[in-house]
Write a protein that binds this ligand. Structure first.
Ligand code: SAM
Length: 247
């Protein structure tokens, strides 16, 4: 029976498209994408002629029903987004849910994702991390969200837009304090940059060089220091030490 493929696309460098992804995009009957004009350029680049249909945040629920109908009619579908892995801060959740409910296979292909690409070269702990995606645009809500993450000991990964990055960093400084942060900009592109510093130094750097505020970016924040679990053991230790004195 028909299949829905989840196909990642490049986050900048067009060569970051796997052979398997290209083959799937050629072979399917229909490609669902966020913006048909944007994705037409990608397909043109690879001479892929498969037809495109738009599935975005505003039409996803209705469009998902229509796409399930296409699967029922035996058509294989690929889902792509403007860049990176679909469903990761991108549309597709309702579609995948409905396709699974309807009993059809969903086959994911591995590929580009800004969060994982950034994390892998950040120098921050990678054994345990939390992907948050975009923080709220309003400072009051952003601070509330950051507050809820303040005792999280895992590396935190955010997507942020260039015109909000400074305000966001100022809120991070206020709520999460002056931790180590890494800003990964323009990944896989000509001006790829990693800035690794304390929040206050990074703010200074961005204020002094507005070029560092440009482009696409992933912000990673080191987790909170793990609370020492040694308190009770420490108490025990001092009790033993003081008892020893009397022996
Ligand atoms: N689905 C995508 C993925 O798998 O990474 C993310 C889509 S989200 C709408 C777009 C955000 O991802 C950007 O605002 C930026 O935070 C991040 N991003 C995408 N491409 C990037 C790149 N080349 N360098 C740094 N960040 C990038």
């Amino acid at each position: 029976s028909a299949v829905l493929y989840i196909v990642p696309t490049p986050i900048g460098n067009l060569d970051d498209m796997t052979n398997r992804s290209l083959q799937v995009l050629k072979d399917v009957d229909l490609i669902a994408c966020e913006d048909t004009r944007h994705s037409a350029r990608l397909l043109d680049h690879y001479s892929i002629k498969t037809s495109l249909t738009a599935l975005h945040d505003h039409n996803e629920r209705g469009k998902a029903d229509w796409l399930v109908q296409q699967l029922i009619e035996g058509k294989n579908i690929a889902l792509i987004s403007d860049a990176g892995t679909p469903l990761i801060s991108d549309p597709g959740y309702h579609l995948v849910n409905k396709v699974r409910d309807a009993g059809y296979r969903v086959v994911p292909l591995p590929g580009a994702c800004a969060a994982i690409t950034a994390l892998s070269a950040s120098g921050l702990p990678t054994d345990d991390f939390r992907f948050i995606g975009f923080l709220p645009a309003k400072s009051s809500q952003r601070k509330k969200m950051l507050q809820s993450l303040s005792s999280e000991t895992t590396t935190l990964i955010f997507y942020e837009s260039p015109h909000r990055i400074l305000d966001c960093l100022k809120d991070v400084l206020e709520i999460l304090s002056d931790r180590r942060v890494v800003l990964a900009r323009e990944l896989t592109k000509t001006f790829e940059t990693f800035l690794s510093d304390t929040v206050s130094e990074l703010i200074r750097c961005l204020e002094n060089d507005s070029n560092q505020q440009r482009g696409e970016m992933v912000l990673m924040v080191k987790g909170a220091e793990k609370q020492a679990v040694t308190t009770e053991l420490g108490d025990l230790d001092s009790m033993i030490q003081s008892s020893l004195k009397y022996l």
